[in-house]
Design a protein around this ligand. Structure first.
Ligand code: GLU
Length: 416
């Protein structure tokens, strides 16, 4: 059951296992395994040195049965249509599982933002949004941050769209700066959701989080906030890696200081509060909890056997290949699947969209309280489904999601 590197194939395999268990009818099966719309655009940009570069961007709207397409936009040299397709499908299942009225979408641009100036990134963002401006909107498709995009990127998106339609439209994008219609708690929401699912998984397995050690792969928004909040719940963060390097400390890393270090140095490498750690060693750390919070295809048949953790909480989307997932499950590792573990981000994006549309903004405590409730419901639903079907948490999460999307697809009926 290898996916040969295709993340969309990996998604299809995961989907197929769940669809088979619930006896999904063939017509719905076919419908739900095809993206609704895939767009590829070319974005010519005048670079700072005067030459013109053409960047390729994608936006995929996978499914809009439950509501407008929803999902982030990532900037990375490795972006492919296959990857964006898979990510848009995962957004569809994630929103359905989270119980928010959105379909799934995703976007990406092939670029290396680490080598680009702020002006170049702004031009690229604006040109990309201009190219897809007809397909997005508060009722059509609502982008958000993802790998290497942030609040500033969302501000440019909101402005570009608003200039095109002639109306300031905050609800076209989520993950915005607070001052321009963003939601309190949104930036931390994905990591907060990871923490909540880790806490609940530990409870379910009878583990005391205060005695648990944790390793985190990736220290962007998701990895760093997860580490911070898990530490605040009593977990001990002993190892963190990113694309440039890593750091370990058996006595526990000071996450607050590590975050301050990465703000300045753009990497955890060189952090004085621990020993250097080769990023490839993160899988074999002797820890109770492992949080992959980087990119896809990290836990493979090569790295999975090295994992000693009892809980794997997928902060990233698609970090585990289907065959590696089966091997972890067979060894009794409790995997909290991506579409559950990292769903706090899109759940709070939904809160942001609701607040923008009402023009009335909630206090942070209310946002966090509502997120807690939604995450608990999603975790509980998934756990009960996994017990009912005697299956793993990933398959259970897909069962809940597919059942919801399938039911609405049937109710809406076939157009034309
Ligand atoms: N990029 C995030 C994800 O993968 C958030 C998406 C959103 O808020 O729309 O879930």
């Amino acid at each position: 059951m290898s996916n040969n590197g295709s993340v969309f194939d990996a998604m299809l395999q995961e989907f197929g296992i769940a669809a088979k268990l619930i006896g999904l009818e063939p017509g719905i099966w076919k419908t739900l395994t095809h993206p609704k719309r895939q767009v590829i655009v070319s974005c010519p940009i005048l670079m700072d040195d005067g030459h013109v570069e053409v960047f390729t961007g994608f936006r995929v709207q996978y499914n809009i049965a439950l509501g407008p397409a929803k999902g982030g936009i990532r900037y990375h040299p490795g972006v492919t249509l296959d990857e964006v397709k898979a990510l848009s499908a995962w957004m569809t299942w994630k929103c359905a599982l989270a119980g928010v009225p959105f379909g799934g979408g995703k976007g990406g641009i092939i670029c290396d933002p680490t080598t680009m100036s702020k002006r170049e990134l702004e031009s690229l963002t604006r040109r990309y949004i201009s190219e897809i401006v007809d397909m997005i909107g508060p009722d059509k498709d609502v982008p958000a941050p993802d790998v290497n995009t942030n609040e500033q990127t969302m501000a440019w998106i909101m402005d570009t769209y608003s200039m095109h339609v002639g109306v300031s439209t905050t609800a076209v994008v989520t993950g915005k700066p607070i001052i321009m219609g963003g939601s309190l708690g949104r930036r931390e929401a994905t990591g907060r959701g990871v923490m909540i699912t880790v806490r609940e998984a530990a409870k379910h397995l009878g583990l005391d989080l205060k005695k648990c050690t944790v390793a985190v792969q990736g220290f962007g928004n998701v990895g760093s906030v997860s580490a911070d909040l898990i530490q605040k719940e009593g977990g001990k963060i002993v190892a963190v890696t990113d694309w440039k390097g890593g750091v370990q400390n058996a006595k526990g890393l000071d996450v607050t200081k590590l975050i301050a270090w990465t703000v300045e140095h753009k990497t955890v490498a060189g952090f004085p509060g621990g020993e250097p750690l080769d990023p490839s060693k993160i899988f074999e750390m002797d820890v109770d909890i492992f949080v992959p919070a980087a990119l896809e295809n990290q836990i493979t048949m090569e790295t999975a056997p090295k994992i000693k953790a009892k809980i794997v909480a997928e902060g990233a989307n698609g970090p585990t290949t289907p065959d590696a997932h089966q091997s972890l499950h067979a060894r009794g590792v409790f995997v909290i699947p991506d579409i559950l573990a990292n769903s706090g981000g899109v759940t709070t994006s939904y809160f942001e969209w609701v607040q923008d549309r009402h023009g009335y903004f909630w206090e942070e405590a209310e946002v966090n309280q509502r997120l807690e409730k939604k995450m608990m419901e999603a975790f509980d639903n998934t756990l009960q489904t996994s017990l009912k079907y005697k299956t793993d948490m990933r398959t259970a999460a897909y069962i809940v999601a597919i059942t919801r999307v399938a039911e609405v697809t049937k109710l809406r009926g076939m157009y034309a």
